[in-house]
Design a protein around this ligand. Structure first.
Ligand code: GLP
Length: 238
């Protein structure tokens, strides 16, 4: 693990991380960005808008996706990425890959995703949020640190947390497809963001807790270049 940066607000975190991305893209115009969904990375995407012209040639790989939503469902992560990242930054949607979005059979979607990721040369900078259960991507407690992209069952807690995005809690899918912890650890730079008191315990366990599959976020301690950017509330248990 490399560093923890405490910033006054999510907005400032967004600007700081957008600057990291801009620096990367100035060095390598076709950099591969690891995209996260959820509310946490939104300030980063907003702060990238003034730099959109620079980002034309970047490629993107999303961390995870629900299984079972109809194509074009507004809460599918493909739709969220198209809405929150592709459209405001004027990116070519074909340069962004989301697990399971290639139309092939679900059973082998993970292998195809890993192959595409490898063919792109791997992720240069991976954005990460963290769930209250300590999940990163959709790697819930119990996920192997060596796991690769695969279909998983969502925990009840995560389904409940994500119900706010759906008309009814029953509409939240039961399954997802997610990059594994092993996949995430292959990225060259991890940037984990967390805001608000509700994330304080998960952040402390990820940064300072024991390395354990019971807290998937702790896997970031294995990475030689992990940057954790939190606001003061999310830093209170550190
Ligand atoms: C979701 C996503 C994760 C995200 C996390 C936190 O379920 N699959 O990638 O990091 O939960 O969400 P939020 O950023 O909205 O708190």
């Amino acid at each position: 693990m490399s560093e923890v940066i405490i910033v006054p607000s999510a907005r400032e975190a967004g600007i700081l991380v957008a600057d990291l991305i801009v620096g990367l893209v100035r060095r390598r115009a076709d950099a591969v960005l690891g995209l996260a969904t959820g509310s946490t990375p939104l300030p980063v995407y907003e702060a990238l808008v003034p730099h959109a012209a620079l980002l034309r040639d970047v490629r993107g790989f999303a961390l995870d996706e629900y299984v079972g939503l109809e194509a074009g469902h507004p809460e599918s992560y493909r739709s969220v990425i198209d809405r929150e990242v592709v459209a405001p930054l004027g990116l070519d949607p074909a340069r962004i890959r989301v697990p399971g979005d290639d139309g092939g059979p679900l059973e082998t979607a993970g292998e195809r995703y890993e192959a595409d990721l490898e063919a792109a040369g791997g992720v240069d900078l991976q954005l990460l949020g963290i769930g209250a259960t300590g999940h990163i991507g959709f790697n819930e407690p119990g996920s192997s640190f060596a796991s690769l992209t695969r279909v998983k069952t969502l925990t009840e807690r995560t389904r409940r947390d994500n119900a706010r995005f759906f008309a009814s809690p029953d509409d939240v899918p039961l399954h997802c497809i997610t990059q594994g912890l092993g996949t995430i650890l292959r990225a060259r730079h991890l940037v984990l963001l967390a805001f608000g008191a509700g994330k304080a315990e998960a952040v402390a366990a990820a940064v300072e807790g024991p390395l354990t599959a019971s807290h998937p976020g702790s896997a970031i301690q294995l990475h030689p270049r992990a940057t954790v950017v939190v606001d003061e509330e999310a830093a209170t248990a550190l």
